[in-house]
Design a protein around this ligand. Structure first.
Ligand SMILES: *Cc1c(COP(=O)(O)O)cnc(C)c1O
Length: 353
């Protein structure tokens, strides 16, 4: 595909690596292309990073037609830059687009957009272990009319943000509250799609948990409030009596690439991994009888995030004495090792730029 590049005339300086946060500073450029029904995607361009202008009736502002992805460009020890399973993100974005009646991307074009953009912004990929250039592709419906229907016009963009290590102060297990009131999504809804609306609807529960001293909530299914689904905006895994258990993908759970990678690593290491329904009763019972050995969230941002305590109603249960467990640590070491190019890529997951 042809991507027209207009470079900035006022390049910024890369922020100091030890001062990097998450998602607050952006690189010098952004990618944009537009879509019109019948015409397809057109006008693929990289331009200086700037505010964008939208018609006040733009679909995204009224009906929430928006999807996104999140992946990272990693600096290898040998100086090169690589992505981790980028095709998985592209395929998932198309699944999200299909759910939200947004146009699909050509997979090869999408990969070319990612690589062209990362090459141009290479100096913003930080060098220290744990840091990365966070890539945020997103798409929104952009008709300039208020009628409710599948959109005829859409915009796809890619922005990037140099980001610090998620674990600047070391990996500290977090306290999580089982959420009994709000639900994130329901089966048949948009749970498997990475859409902005899911995040908007789940913020309230997270805020309430924070007020009670918990970092995030553990979501239950929206139909029976009985089965475990996810933790905050991450997938969740448990080690119960020797077995690794993660909720099966029923449609209301986001199919995480980290989740998928954890399962593949664990199976290779010889663990029994089971994707199945896990009820909150089974989980609470495992905590009461000391059979819950480890619990962790998994997602691109944190890789893995150990859970040190879980609250259900008025009870709070400690997990592994509030310390990171052996399996959680192993997953962290192996996944980050592959992502930052310190371990051999035995699964063929790495895509070098
Ligand atoms: C993005 C996301 C995840 C994690 O997916 P990864 O591909 O591992 O980053 C999990 N749950 C929700 C709700 C998400 O949006």
């Amino acid at each position: 595909m042809e991507i027209k590049i207009t470079k900035t005339t006022s390049p910024s300086t890369m922020p100091a690596e030890d001062k990097l946060g998450f998602g607050k500073v952006f690189t010098d450029h952004m990618f944009i292309m537009d879509y019109e029904e019948g015409k397809g995607w057109y006008d693929a361009r990289i331009v200086p990073f700037a505010r964008i202008s939208l018609h006040p009736a733009s679909t995204v502002l009224h009906y929430g037609a928006e999807i996104f992805e999140g992946l990272k460009a990693y600096r290898r020890a040998d100086g090169g830059v690589q992505l981790f399973r980028p095709m998985e993100n592209i395929k998932r974005m198309n699944n999200s687009a299909e759910r939200m009646s947004l146009p699909l991307l050509n997979e090869e074009d999408a990969l070319e957009i990612l690589t062209t953009f990362v090459k141009l912004e290479e100096r913003f990929v930080p060098k220290s272990f744990g840091t990365s250039l966070y890539l945020r592709p997103f798409m929104f419906g952009n008709d300039e009319a208020l009628g409710v229907h599948a959109v005829k016009n859409a915009t796809f963009m890619l922005i990037a943000s140099p980001s610090g290590s998620y674990y600047k102060e070391g990996i500290n297990p977090v306290k999580i509250m089982i959420e009994n009131e709000d639900v994130r999504t329901v089966r048949g809804g948009t749970g498997y799609a990475k859409c902005g609306g899911n995040y908007a609807a789940s913020t309230r529960a997270g805020e309430r948990a924070a007020k009670k001293g918990y970092s995030q909530v553990l979501w239950l299914d929206g139909v029976e409030r009985k089965y475990i689904e996810e933790v905050g905006a991450m997938n969740v895994m448990f080690k119960i009596d020797g077995e690794i258990v993660t909720p099966m993908l029923t449609g209301s759970i986001l199919p995480g690439i980290t989740r998928k990678s954890c399962i593949e690593v664990l199976k290779k290491l010889g663990y029994a991994v089971s994707e199945r329904l896990l009820s909150v009763d089974e989980l609470v019972n495992a905590m009461k009888t000391g059979k819950l050995e480890e619990a962790w969230g998994c997602g691109t941002a944190a890789v893995v995030s150990p859970i040190g305590a879980l609250a259900y109603g008025d009870e709070e249960y400690q997990i592994n004495d509030g310390k990171i467990g052996e399996v959680t640590q192993k997953l962290y070491d192996i996944l980050t090792g592959i992502q930052w190019g310190k371990l051999p890529d035995e699964f063929n997951w790495v895509y070098k730029i």
